[in-house]
Design a protein around this ligand. Structure first.
Ligand SMILES: [Zn+2]
Ligand SMILES: [Zn+2]
Length: 346
């Protein structure tokens, strides 16, 4: 089978290679035929050598597929089941975090796409404990959005504790930002404002508005803090969902949020150190919440949200291509001229 691989350490070093169809390595693993696989910001970081990875490795961790073979000890799934999978492979299962159900931050976790072979190919093997069944009637293409949607649900609902009537600001209008806006609205938020740069006018702002954002704020054209304070009559937002990873947005979120408000952060910053208005956050008695990846519970919630929303989530999928077009697609996503790209098998 043909596979899009990171073949060696360093920037670039991505190739389409021919590899064997994998064999089930352990009796509680399954073999899955990939039906759709999404390109994530993480894949772009791996492209540029800005994220840990173990080459040569097949890229891609966001996917949907059909089980074609199960190991001898797999009881909950059978061939023919339509599934998506949490990317928390090789989590040890015995450390303190794993035993608390937080396998997504286990030190031994090695996800498909960077730690073990991923989904930008025809077949993938994974432990059955990571699988979730796709709700009936939901397409493989929309189900492939489950991983980023689970991240948004974990950040906004489970950790950010969004409430009806909240005024929500989402900083950053990428996949996670737009999904966070949609999630907040689905949970009853009164209004959602989303920020982004000028390039978001190509498509991201339009889709954000269609899927849940009431206001878009172009941070290159207006002062985001002033805009939020004007929209909230000086009170500030109840919660800021930080998805941009931009130092300026992180610092500004303290000014955007009301006293005793919350900041829920998922964005990873490109700099190791940034300046942050610590005292201002202290005087405002803010709750600041960090997030990493997705929880077990966020996956079924995300699938339910994708299956039941009346919004046209299909609008997020801006590219449906084969892996041969990877370079063009990666470049367009990097320039923020797309949102979610799917690789589909030939
Ligand atoms: Zn992802
Ligand atoms: Zn562990």
């Amino acid at each position: 089978m043909r596979a899009l691989m990171k073949v060696a350490k360093g920037p670039g070093n991505i190739e389409v290679r021919d590899i064997d169809i994998p064999k089930i390595p352990e009796e509680n693993w399954v073999l899955i035929k990939v039906k759709a696989a999404g390109v994530c910001g993480t894949d772009l970081h791996i492209w540029h050598d800005q994220f840990p990875y173990w080459p040569p490795v097949v890229m891609g961790h966001e996917f949907s597929g059909e089980i074609v073979e199960v190991g001898s000890r797999v009881k909950e799934f059978i061939p023919g089941d339509r599934v998506v999978a949490e990317p928390h492979s090789l989590a040890c299962g015995v450390c303190e975090l794993c035993r608390q159900g937080k396998i997504q931050i286990c030190a031994y976790k090695r996800s498909p796409g960077w730690g073990i072979n991923g989904a930008f190919t025809d077949y993938i093997v994974l432990p059955s404990m990571l699988l979730h069944k796709i709700p009936e009637g939901l397409s493989y293409e929309l189900a492939a959005l489950a991983e980023p949607m689970a991240i948004a649900v974990h950040q906004v609902v489970e950790r950010g504790r969004i409430e009806c009537q909240d005024f929500v600001v989402v900083t950053g209008a990428g996949t996670i930002g737009i999904m966070a806006a949609l999630t907040a609205k689905a949970m009853g938020a009164a209004k959602v404002a989303i920020t982004g740069i000028s390039a978001c006018k190509y498509i991201r702002f339009d889709v954000a508005k269609e899927l849940g954002a009431d206001y878009v704020i172009n941070v290159e054209k207006e002062d985001a803090v002033d805009a939020v304070l004007e929209l909230t009559r000086g009170r500030g937002a109840d919660i800021v969902i930080e998805t941009s990873g931009a130092g300026s947005a992180i610092a500004q979120s303290v000014d955007m949020v009301r006293k005793c408000g919350r900041i829920s952060a998922i964005g990873i910053c490109s700099k190791e150190m940034i300046s942050f208005p610590w005292n201002k956050a202290a005087f405002k008695v803010l709750d600041i919440i960090f997030n990493m990846s997705s929880s077990y519970t966020s996956w079924d919630r995300a699938l339910s949200l994708i299956a039941n929303t009346d919004k046209n989530i299909e609008k997020m999928i801006t590219h449906k291509v084969s892996i041969d077009e990877w370079e063009k697609v990666f470049n367009e996503l990097q320039d923020e001229k797309g949102i979610k790209a799917l690789f589909l098998p030939e």
